[in-house]
Design a binder for this molecule. Structure first.
Ligand SMILES: C[S@@+](CC[C@H](N)C(=O)[O-])C[C@H]1O[C@@H](n2cnc3c(N)ncnc32)[C@H](O)[C@@H]1O
Length: 450
């Protein structure tokens, strides 16, 4: 089903029906769920828009655990349940497990009525039986459900309980240890709120936003960052006149490894929709910046962001694999397309798209962008490879291969400001794991020697 058809019917159908449709599309299509939600929310009240976001993002976030509960209650694997019923059942189980606003009987009734409208009586009876089984396990005082998991394999149990693919949990536990892995897994399941890159003094902006009903606090790892505690910053005058850009604080910080200096000539090779460029300009307005991207649609979004933020820098459509301009930049940053394993909180659909095969495919593409980009760096200048992935194949392995092929570059010893210094993971290597306050990012900085 297309996003447009989702939008057309949004006002007619109940919000749960729309949520089930968006969920199904997000899992089938490769498009980001954010774009699907933007279309689907047209025609809904702002309260229903909030519920739609919660139902879709929450069900995607907890999909594996929701399916586990669904299969246990149905006493059969998902593949043996009519595929047309699955999205509605998933959304209803998510509601029963995680949302306490509606009483259980209302959740079950809404899902069963929806199925009755679209399917036969037998299907509605089947859905009713499953959902009532789940609802019976709800503790009426806390409206929460304890659902024991014991597959006999601790990794499998952890993956089900935290709702991630098993292979990812296994590799994070092996790589970061059980405790740090568990904390990164929990961070990927948080409801990520708004964070802002301030284009003016952050205390001044915080005071201005407070007057407009948006409560903020300073971000920890970005001196220009604000963390939104309450209110919608997109509905403010400060947003309209371009006083800030919405961006996770780890993404802001990643652009500043190391801090730029006034007069630096910077090329942002994969820039759209502009986050790293705006972060660089917010930190040092004296840089001279060119932002490029291969996607025309994304460049148009970058341009409209640049106009709203009233920033003056060049924007071009260009491929990092065959850049069409001359070199001599002090810094070339390449924010590589990646699996996004540091950003599950903002993009929970990515959990169900990632595979080990995808990791090696993206790693190959990264080198195809980095090698030509290296030619654009001045002698003594630096190339910064950024990803929002924590995976070795997309980061350490790519940089090792790059250095093999470009012996004129070496890893730079990073000299960073105190808020960034604690994330140095080795020579030229900076990594922040996802936490309750931000996404995860990896940066490698290599310097051109000759
Ligand atoms: C991680 S996103 C960039 C995010 C952006 N830097 C920001 O902070 O807002 C990766 C970008 O790489 C772009 N891209 C993919 N292949 C490319 C190529 N060969 N050359 C240039 N850009 C490319 C995509 O269009 C996408 O906009």
């Amino acid at each position: 089903m297309s996003a447009a058809s989702t939008a057309n019917t949004a006002s007619r159908d109940g919000v749960r029906t729309v949520a089930a449709r968006v969920l199904a599309t997000a899992l089938e299509a490769k498009s980001p769920v954010g774009a699907l939600l933007e279309t689907a929310r047209v025609g809904l009240s702002s309260r229903d828009q909030g519920l739609l976001h919660e139902l879709v993002l929450g069900t995607l976030r907890w999909l594996r655990f929701v399916d586990f509960v669904l299969e246990t209650a149905a006493a059969r694997p998902l593949s043996k349940i009519d595929a047309d019923l699955v999205p509605t059942l998933r959304v209803a189980v998510y509601q029963l497990l995680y949302l306490d606003r509606l009483p259980s009987h209302a959740v079950v009734h809404a899902a069963v009525e929806d199925i009755k409208r679209r399917s036969h009586r037998g299907a509605a009876g089947f859905a009713n039986a499953i959902l009532r089984k789940v609802a019976q396990r709800r503790d009426p005082t806390k409206r929460s459900i304890e659902w024991p998991i014991d597959t006999g394999d601790p990794i499998e149990d952890l993956a089900t309980e935290t709702s991630y693919p098993t292979f990812l949990v296994r590799r994070w536990v092996e790589r970061f240890g059980k405790e740090r892995a568990a904390s990164a897994l929990a961070a990927g399941n948080r409801r990520a709120g708004f964070q802002l890159t301030c284009l003016l003094d952050r205390d001044e902006l915080a005071a201005e936003l407070a007057i407009e009903g948006v409560e903020t606090q300073p971000a920890e790892i970005s001196a220009r960052g604000l963390y939104v505690l309450a209110g919608d910053p997109r509905k403010t005058g400060a947003f309209r006149v371009g006083k800030f850009y919405i961006q996770d604080q780890a993404s802001q910080a990643a652009a500043l490894i190391p801090m730029p200096a006034a007069g630096d000539r910077i090329l942002d090779v994969a820039a759209a929709p502009g986050g790293k460029s705006f972060s660089l300009l917010a930190a040092e307005p004296g840089v001279s910046l060119v932002a490029a991207d291969v996607s025309l649609a994304r460049v148009l979004r970058l341009r409209s962001n640049r106009e709203r933020l009233r920033c003056g820098f060049g924007v071009v459509v260009s491929s990092g694999e065959q850049p069409g301009f001359g070199g001599g930049f002090d810094r070339v940053i390449v924010d590589l397309p990646c699996t996004g394993t540091g950003t599950f909180a903002r993009h929970p659909e990515l959990k169900w798209r990632i595979s080990e095969g995808e990791l090696s495919r993206l790693a190959g593409r990264s080198l195809e962008m980095l090698i030509p980009s290296a030619d654009l760096v001045a002698v003594g200048g630096r190339l910064c490879a950024i990803t929002c992935s924590l995976e070795r194949e997309e980061n350490e392995d790519v940089v090792a291969e790059f250095l093999d092929r470009r012996p004129d570059f070496e890893l730079e010893t990073l000299e960073l400001t105190p808020e960034h210094a604690s994330f140095v993971a080795g020579p030229g290597h900076w990594r922040v794991l996802p936490s309750a306050k931000h996404d995860g990012f990896t940066v490698h900085v290599v310097r051109r020697r000759r």
